[in-house]
Design a protein around this ligand. Structure first.
Ligand code: WTA
Length: 653
């Protein structure tokens, strides 16, 4: 059995028996049965938990793969997150506790957040932003990012959040693809004590983005910036009336677009609806985290990624939970920030990534042991498989063997958690490294190349065989890609996740990594093709092939094989490596910094000209078995790659 063998599980089973919420998962089974008996009815019951201006006429309009949930219903996302609480006891409760990199805290109550959102929504309207317009948000992790998103939702504008660690190219691609009217940014952000000049990046892209009419600038770092004709300060924009009527949005209207990497060079604009998405988030957050309004939820994601959208903004706010929003990195200025924040604010749930945990493990147990972590009642992970050793460390050192761990599997496209333990329904013994089970209403199946279910304990492709309300509705401007990427590999109504998985003999699901060319670097999604085009945009590079190698800290580390243009053959490899690394950091962002760069004369390709990444991957992982070479275009090039690799590896050592 996969990961299980490497850890002695007996203790964990006993411990997890101890912390089970009730016995044997019977209740979970019952809810799952209800969901499968009449799935539409089941989801419509979940939809009753959110607030509708008008109820839907039809639960699901099925025109595979274009599914529409709660057709005819109208609602507003910001109303569901804010207005629903302000006439209750939660009015003056903390909605957000923000913690800066420099240990400064700021609290916004539900009422304060509500007022700020209303004012900013009016400000956007005054700038001419209307229902259905796109607004790009390029802000650091500050509460204004959340305010901007909710203000867009309030007036029916579609938000596109761009991770503030991305560079100019990524920003302009997203603005242009979505045709955004406004971009919201800050003078600068702070990361590891350094100033990130966001406004400067925006200034670079504005001449390339004709759709932008206004640039809203938040004063955050107080650095000197150039003021241009389209610029307007955030603090001037919010000089408006304190109430803005929320737009009644069709359930199927887009709430946001979030661009994510796929297997082609161009990021895909994943579109999430309003009614289906919010229904799914509300239900699944209750099942997985068992949110109550006593919770102080610390989700360590950046809002630039889907985890932040769903589990810092929409799900916790709908539930009236207090969330902690942290501006910085886990190890700056000290490698104790998460523990310090848990203790300082009494977090009850910590939801983080295996990458962050692996980093903390390296600094030893003494650091977390110095903090009082006893407020925690539940731990969660997301984004990549968690190795059982890391799971055990999280369970023992952080949770002190008192907190269940939910290993949550999902994707930008799925909107919310699809596979996880469900502490809000029932608990079953945990298996370190397994995602447990699919959530009620989610039919996750592992199939072979022909789409037939495989036996227990056999690896295959993970597919979802039934639509669910949180699903993406389409890809922005690209219906065809939506169909071909997700719905064509097997059958028109089977969703292909792009992941490998297996069910073990006890029926637990194990997630086994991507089956396509998507890389997970520190839990962030990057496409190999996207990276390759960034490499070849450097003047000295003719061809590029990118693969990854397991990395102790980052999960995966980027390895690039590059072919130089002949006129640059004389440049020293070392000099070029430095130049290219900085080019990638500038063009994609620091998260794409390559771990290793190798120069070769030729890349291994199939006869039809496709780069054989499988071969590159086995070479870079040091595997001696490469597999079938029959489709290799030119058998010598693989030797060349192998040789280049080993020579360089030697040199690096
Ligand atoms: C991977 C992040 C194993 C998976 C929410 C998926 C995971 C991709 C897990 C989506 C997990 C996410 N265990 N792998 N618990 N969670 N993944 O779109 O490969 O950034 O397809 O969404 O992350 O990444 P995305």
């Amino acid at each position: 059995m996969t990961n299980q063998d490497s850890v002695n599980l007996s203790g964990v089973y006993e411990k997890s028996e101890k912390i089970k919420i009730s016995l044997e998962g019977k209740k979970l089974e019952k809810v799952k049965n209800q969901a499968s008996e009449n799935s539409e009815q089941f989801w419509s019951e979940q939809a009753e938990n959110i607030l509708w201006f008008k109820k839907w006429d039809k639960i699901l309009d099925s025109n595979p793969p274009f599914y529409k949930w709660f057709v005819g219903g109208t609602l507003n996302a910001s109303f569901n997150c804010l207005d629903r609480h302000i006439n209750t006891d939660l009015k003056n409760k903390a909605a957000v506790i923000w913690e800066s990199e420099t240990y400064e805290s700021r609290v916004l109550t539900y009422y304060q957040l509500y007022t700020s959102v209303n004012k900013f929504a009016n400000g956007l309207k005054n700038l001419g932003v209307k229902k259905g317009d796109c607004v790009t948000i390029y802000l650091p992790m500050v509460p204004e990012l959340m305010i901007a998103m909710l203000a867009c939702a309030r007036i029916g504008a579609i938000h596109i959040v761009v991770f503030s660690g991305f560079s100019a190219q990524a920003l302009s691609d997203r603005i242009n693809d979505s045709n955004s009217k406004v971009v919201i940014t800050a003078d600068g952000g702070l990361r590891r004590g350094k100033l990130i000049e966001l406004k400067k990046v925006v200034d670079q892209v504005i001449p390339l983005c004709p759709s932008i009419k206004h640039v809203i600038v938040l004063k955050r770092a107080s650095n000197n910036i150039k003021i241009n004709s389209k610029d307007v300060w955030w603090h001037d924009v919010i000089e408006t009336q304190p109430y803005c009527e929320p737009e009644a949005m069709e359930s199927i209207s887009p709430l946001y677009i979030l661009y994510t990497s796929g297997t082609t060079g161009k990021p895909k604009g994943v579109v999430h609806s309003s009614g289906g998405y919010l229904t799914y988030l509300y239900a699944t957050a209750k099942w997985v985290f068992n949110f109550t309004n006593k919770d102080i939820f610390f989700c360590t994601a950046d809002i630039g990624w889907v985890t932040g959208h769903s589990y810092i903004v929409y799900a916790p706010l709908m539930h009236g939970v207090t969330q902690i929003m942290y501006e910085g990195t886990p190890d700056y200025p000290q490698p104790d920030r998460y523990w310090n924040i848990v203790e300082k604010h009494g977090a009850t749930i910590l939801y983080t990534t295996p990458t962050a945990l692996r980093m903390y493990i390296k600094f030893g147990d003494r650091i977390p042991n110095n903090f009082d972590l006893s407020s925690l009642r539940l731990l969660g992970t997301v984004g990549e498989p968690i190795n059982p050793e890391v799971w055990m460390w999280y369970f023992k050192v952080i949770g002190k063997e008192n907190c269940p761990i939910v290993d949550t599997w999902w994707q930008t496209e799925t909107g919310g958690i699809m596979i996880s333990g469900c502490t809000g329904i029932d608990a079953v013994p945990m298996k370190p490294g397994s995602g447990s089970f699919s959530l009620p209403g989610i039919n996750a199946v592992v199939v072979d190349e022909s789409g037939n279910p495989v036996d227990r304990d056999k690896k295959g492709y993970l597919v979802i065989t039934r639509p669910w309300p949180g699903m993406l509705t389409t890809l922005w401007n690209d219906k065809e890609k939506y169909q071909t990427t997700y719905w064509k590999k097997f059958d028109n109504n089977i969703y292909f996740t792009g992941d490998y998985a297996l069910y073990d003999i006890d029926g637990y699901i194990w997630l086994l990594g991507r089956a396509d060319d998507v890389l997970k670097i520190s839990g962030h999604r990057l496409g190999t093709m996207e990276l390759e085009s960034a490499f070849v945009s450097h003047r000295a590079i003719a061809e590029a092939a990118v693969t990854s190698r397991p990395d102790e800290k980052k999960g995966d580390s980027i390895i690039a094989f590059l072919v130089k243009r002949t006129e640059f053959n004389t440049l020293s490899d070392q000099q070029l490596r430095i130049e290219i690394t900085s080019h990638i950091r500038d063009s994609v962002g620091p998260i794409a910094t390559p771990g290793e760069i190798y120069f070769v004369n030729k890349l291994p390709k199939t006869r039809s000209g496709k780069i054989m990444r499988r071969l590159l991957k086995s070479i870079s992982s040091g595997s001696s078995t490469i597999g079938d070479l029959s489709t290799l275009e030119d058998g010598t090039s693989i030797e060349e790659v192998r040789q280049a690799y080993s020579e360089l590896h030697e040199a690096i050592k």
